[in-house]
Design a protein around this ligand. Structure first.
Ligand SMILES: Nc1ncnc2c1ncn2[C@@H]1O[C@H](COP(=O)(O)OP(=O)(O)OP(=O)(O)O)[C@@H](O)[C@H]1O
Length: 757
């Protein structure tokens, strides 16, 4: 990189000494960013300069647009403070969505943004590639829709984030979007899908300190294509880890599931809510008897809650209380499992479900037995492709963390590995598509290696699989029931007491018998074991798809923490080893052309960018040297970390600097034109020589060919000539002999005459 890349007053972010009072990072300027201590002059507060180490400060660009950029990958510096600053800028303009590389980040707006989710918006995003319109969950849904229809390959949209971050809202928007664009071909399916949500909400959501409508279970909805693959035909739902303990216990200020809660959780009265649940069950095809049975079980759960034991014998009362709670939990879990199966039956053949309100009479009146698979298992296997929408609980670190948190965090750990694995593969594929050399094969190989190792470990080795187990913190009590696991998102301290009983989740010995006589068998299984199987099947389901990611963030001040939990900085770190900043030629050209007034506009965007970068003496990547300042791809330019900021800095320098750059670009273009022109002349001369040479060669070949063609005739002529020569020679010889004979005869006659005379 050119020496001029560094300036004497570098804009930086530095950590806020009192982050609780405001933003985690502040803006400042420092003289240089060497290895030693740096002096930062704050620009927001105007306070005294502060002494920091180079590791504390992060470079900052002053040229980012006020309203932020849609894709954080095009930020000049891809560090945490810049990422956060960009999200905050966008949030201030009600732009709650931002792309961070392959991830769509959503920050909870805590207000209704009706236009954002209007029918017009749904229509606008149809068929538009990612990046054409502002970031949106519709863009993600549409990409999945287009890809499943074109590639005939299953897709998944993984929505993660902590409680209250907006996962359910995002999933609802995705389902609404898909339903909106499938309504013509699959009206019944759309109606069935949309009527399933309020039921799951009623039985699986509860009011918590963070969220008045918190989903207390994980959910995977699959929308399947018809056999031909051209439209959607049915859907299915799988649920994970219902927090059934909430039936008997919940934190102060929280409540039990809406379904078992007498208090209203929205504007409607409890009676109206109950009526709407009954109506929704009818819409899904539940018989009158089934609805009645479900209501009875719910009533039984509520009654169990009112059951108190005299505390004359303390231990006995406690044991009875545990048995009561266990029974209530089991009944509720069964009820929820039945509900999910009922929803699945309706989603499997949506047209078979009767219209809302027409609850059919049924003689059975019983809640069907548990599904053959695990709780909430889907009925469908194989066949056509699907779009899977996963609404999964985010990473948790509470005041006291127990088995549930360990399982949740283990799930997140697995999803995180899956996410990084797929993302890195997609990165490498994009480098290959663009013809850009990937520059850190070893890192990628190491990453994939560790992933394979991770994938081979299963529950109940969950503690080891979830990260490194570490000694408990000093604060741990002397009984040693606490341990710490170093997860990817941070260390979490777990309370081990109660793990075993929670894992066994055993009922009082008499209760299984009682329930058995009531309705079918009751299976007691280990919670972790059952969950392990579900997780395995979830990972297999996702593994068979092309994934798309959405991460929800709860609140702006907490975004950084949540980004870390979503693994985004890890992704940025991995991307940072290559060329983390990418910019389309067109975007870069339109950004910098106006800064070079008078510059020839006839140059294509790609040539303009190439000219600019070369004029600024940034180093291009080559096959021999893949690590450089930038690499030119087919559609975009890839920058190494900070290289685009250097470019930006140079382009936004003083007028004299820009004029100098313009001169250099002009000189570069002139030089290139000269080089090209001379190359063209040499090429045409070479071509001319070649043409002449070819012509000569052709003439020669023609003659040779003619010669070759006339050879037999020549041979025949030569044979004749020889024959003629021979004949001629023979005739001459004969004539000479004759002449000799005549002469000799004449001589003899003369001699004879002379002798006579
Ligand atoms: N895109 C959004 N537009 C408007 N409001 C939103 C949006 N996302 C979230 N909210 C608000 O935040 C609340 C919590 O969102 P949501 O229930 O989707 O969170 P969640 O991540 O699913 O939480 P949990 O894991 O507890 O179920 C919503 O009830 C809604 O008021």
């Amino acid at each position: 990189m050119s020496a001029s890349a560094t300036t004497s007053r570098r804009p930086v972010f530095y950590p806020n000494p009192s982050p609780s009072a405001g933003e985690p990072f502040l803006r400042g300027h420092c003289s240089d960013l060497g290895d030693g201590p740096v002096t930062v002059t704050p620009c927001d507060t105007g306070g005294d300069p502060v002494q920091l180490t180079a590791a504390d400060v992060c470079p900052r660009s002053e040229a980012e647009p006020e309203e932020g950029v849609a894709d954080a990958a095009s930020l000049a510096f891809l560090n945490e403070p810049s990422l956060l600053d960009n999200i905050a800028r966008r949030y201030a303009h009600d732009r709650i969505y931002t792309y961070v590389g392959p991830v769509l980040l959503a920050v909870n707006p805590y207000k209704t943004l009706a236009e954002l989710y209007s029918r017009e918006a749904m229509d606008a995003y149809r068929g538009r590639a990612i990046g054409v319109l502002p970031p949106h969950v519709f863009a993600l849904a549409d990409r999945a829709r287009r890809m499943i229809l074109s590639d005939r390959r299953s897709q998944s949209i993984v929505v993660s984030g902590e409680s209250g971050a907006g996962k359910t809202e995002s999933c609802r928007a995705i389902v609404d979007y898909l339903a909106h664009h499938s309504r013509e071909e699959a009206e019944d399916l759309c109606t069935a899908m949309l009527s399933a949500s309020p039921l799951l909400e009623a039985f699986g959501c509860a009011s918590t300190l963070r969220n008045k409508n918190s989903s207390r279970f994980g959910k995977l909805m699959r929308i399947w294509t018809a056999a031909g693959g051209a439209s959607f035909s049915h859907s299915s739902i799988e649920t994970y880890l219902l927090e059934k303990g909430r039936v008997s216990n919940h934190a102060p200020g929280e409540r039990t599931f809406h379904g078992g809660d007498a208090a209203p959780h929205n504007e409607a009265s409890p009676a109206a809510e109950f009526a709407s649940v009954v109506s929704a069950l009818g819409a899904l095809g539940a018989s009158r008897g089934e609805v009645q049975s479900a209501a009875q079980i719910l009533g039984a759960v509520l009654l169990l809650g009112n059951l108190h034991f005299a505390d004359d014998e303390q231990d006995k009362a406690k044991a009875e209380g545990r048995a009561r709670d266990g029974l209530a939990r089991e009944l509720y879990e069964r009820l929820f499992g039945w509900l999910v199966r009922r929803i699945n039956t309706s989603l499997a053949a949506p047209s078979a479900a009767p219209a809302a309100g027409s609850t059919a009479a049924s003689a059975s009146g019983s809640v069907p037995a548990r599904a053959s698979a695990e709780e909430g298992g889907s009925c469908y296997v194989g066949g056509s492709c699907y779009i899977a929408i996963l609404d999964i609980f985010g990473f948790e670190s509470l005041g006291v963390n127990s088995l549930e948190q360990l399982l949740i965090n283990h799930t997140n750990e697995s999803l995180q590995h899956f996410f990084l694995d797929r993302t890195m593969r997609a990165e490498l594929a994009m480098y290959a598509d663009e013809g850009v050399p990937a520059n850190d094969h070893t890192l990628v190989a190491r990453f994939f290696g560790s992933h394979r190792e991770h994938a081979s470990i299963r529950l109940p080795d969950v503690i080891l699989a979830s990260g490194r187990r570490m000694p408990a913190r000093k604060s741990a009590p002397p009984d040693g029931t606490r341990f710490v696991v170093a997860h990817y998102a941070g260390e979490v301290e777990y309370e081990a007491s109660g793990f075993l009983s929670k894992n066994l989740d055993a009922l009082h010995p008499e209760l299984p018998l009682l329930l058995q006589t009531a309705r079918g068998s009751l299976r007691v299984r280990g919670l972790a074991g059952g969950f392990s199987k579900q997780l395995e099947s979830l990972m297999a389901t996702l593994g068979a798809t092309t994934p798309h990611y959405a991460a929800g963030c709860l609140d702006l001040p907490l975004v950084l923490e949540q980004l870390r939990c979503a693994g985004t900085p890890q992704l940025l770190q991995l991307m940072g080893r290559g060329y983390p900043t990418r910019c389309e030629f067109e975007a870069l050209a339109s950004r910098y052309r106006p800064l070079l007034p008078g510059f020839s506009p006839t140059l294509s965007s790609r040539d303009f960018v190439a000219a600019l970068l070369a004029a600024l003496r940034l180093e291009p990547a080559t096959a021999a040297k893949p690590v450089a300042d930038f690499a030119l791809g087919v559609r975009r330019v890839f920058f190494s970390a900070g290289a685009m900021a250097t470019l930006d800095e140079l382009m936004h320098g003083s007028q004299a600097d820009v004029a100098a750059i313009l001169d250099r670009v002009r000189a570069y273009v002139a030089r290139r034109r000269w080089v090209r022109a001379t190359a063209a002349v040499s090429a045409s001369l070479w071509l001319q020589r070649r043409i002449v040479a070819r012509r000569r060669l052709a003439a020669l070949a023609l003659r040779s060919r003619a010669l070759a063609l006339s050879l037999p005739a020549a041979r025949r002529w030569a044979g004749g000539a020889r024959r003629r020569l021979l004949e001629h020679a023979s005739a001459s010889t004969l004539a000479a002999a004759e002449r000799g004979r005549v002469e000799r005869a004449r001589l003899r006659a003369a001699r004879t005459a002379a002798a006579v005379a």
